[in-house]
Design a protein around this ligand. Structure first.
Ligand code: C5P
Length: 349
């Protein structure tokens, strides 16, 4: 097979999964803090943040794609030297042809879905505590499985359906905790758990659909991951600009897109840029099962950090719900491994 890329001798697959777990935990904490540490009237624009993430991810993907692209016209010079790297214009032209190839429109679908998801994430982060957000967001596993069955015609065995049910029960228990219990966290922002929960629900649907769709596009063609990422960012620009235009029409600050856009806002943006790039690598080099496992690890990280940083009350109900989510994730992965080993050729979900 193809040699797996590695970082410092470790397979990129595992490096990207562990990095994703830490990134997920960090994002839910930093995003939550960036939203609730100031009153809503003094907070930054989520729309600007989403647009900045896409611009930065697009620029980084463009740079990587440019460095990776091979020149079609390679002149072999005496002594085996080649001049292919020395012609930036023809490389740019080739890159342009790759980006605007005839199937690039396919990326408009995950692009729109991810923009909706990335905006909803802010509503969820400001209305739920970081740990509840993190646990509820695990329902992505459910929607990813659902869309894989619907779109990729994958089949799930009984053990997987049971683990999905356990996941839903676990998320339900954590929800009871967040709606019933009053957190001790002192925020400048009045939280609305029902709005937060609805935002997570819709974000889970777009996440599942966009993830399955992106994987389908990526694995059904030879086109480079970084070209796909550029296309994804390009198609994100218009939908990402819409909420900003809407906000501007109501805002008293006129054209100031970066009003209140301080260090915490930029930190959220950078963690999201990093997360988007890692997600793309995980979808390419690992798969959705392993991705789900990595993000469930981040539950523990963000839960413990919430206890330490935000005075999050670690109740029995929360612990029970979080344990059910972890057990469900583990069970889902176990059965996938058995399925994969047992019927070697069937792609695991
Ligand atoms: O965990 P989940 O799959 O829902 O998160 C997807 C996140 O990763 C979104 O914020 C999306 O914008 C980003 N992403 C990306 N590039 C990809 C795939 C996802 O930036 N190729």
């Amino acid at each position: 097979g193809v040699a797996q890329p590695s970082v410092f001798g470790l397979p990129l697959k595992y490096v990207s999964l562990v990095t994703l777990a830490v990134q997920n935990a960090l994002l839910s904490l930093v995003m939550h803090y960036s939203r609730v540490s100031t009153p809503p009237s003094e907070t930054y624009s989520a729309g600007t943040a989403v647009l900045m993430v896409e611009l930065l991810k697009g620029a980084i993907s463009f740079t990587i794609a440019y460095l990776r692209i091979e020149n079609t016209t390679t002149y072999i010079l005496p002594g085996n030297a080649s001049t292919s790297r020395s012609n930036p214009l023809s490389r740019l032209r080739k890159l342009g042809r790759e980006i605007f190839r005839s199937d690039c429109w396919k990326l408009s679908i995950p692009a729109i879905l991810y923009v909706i998801q990335n905006n909803l994430q802010y509503i969820a982060a400001e209305n739920l505590d970081a740990a509840t957000f993190q646990v509820t967001y695990q329902m992505k596993i459910l929607t990813t499985a659902g869309f894989s069955v619907l779109l990729l015609h994958k089949s799930l065995n009984l053990s997987k359906w049971v683990s999905l049910l356990l996941l839903a029960v676990g998320v339900g228990i954590v929800q009871m905790h967040s709606v019933g219990g009053v957190g001790r966290e002192a925020t400048a922002h009045l939280m609305n758990p029902v709005a937060g929960f609805l935002a997570v629900l819709v974000a889970c649907c777009t996440s599942g659909l966009a993830g399955v769709y992106f994987e389908m596009v990526l694995k059904n063609s030879q086109t480079d991951l970084w070209i796909r990422n550029i296309q994804l960012s390009l198609f994100s620009l218009v939908p990402a600009a819409l909420p900003i235009i809407y906000d501007l029409s109501k805002s008293e600050h006129g054209l100031d897109l970066f009003h209140n856009f301080g260090g915490w806002a930029w930190s959220t943006v950078f963690i999201q840029v990093f997360g988007g790039l890692i997600t793309a690598l995980v979808i390419k080099y690992a798969d959705n099962i392993l991705k789900g496992f990595a993000t469930s690890l981040s539950i523990i990280i963000s839960c413990l950090a919430s206890v330490a940083l935000f005075d999050f009350p670690l109740t029995f109900t929360f612990a029970l719900g979080a344990s059910a989510v972890l057990a469900a994730t583990w069970m889902y992965n176990q059965s996938a491994i058995v399925l994969h080993v047992g019927f070697g050729r069937r792609p695991p979900i």
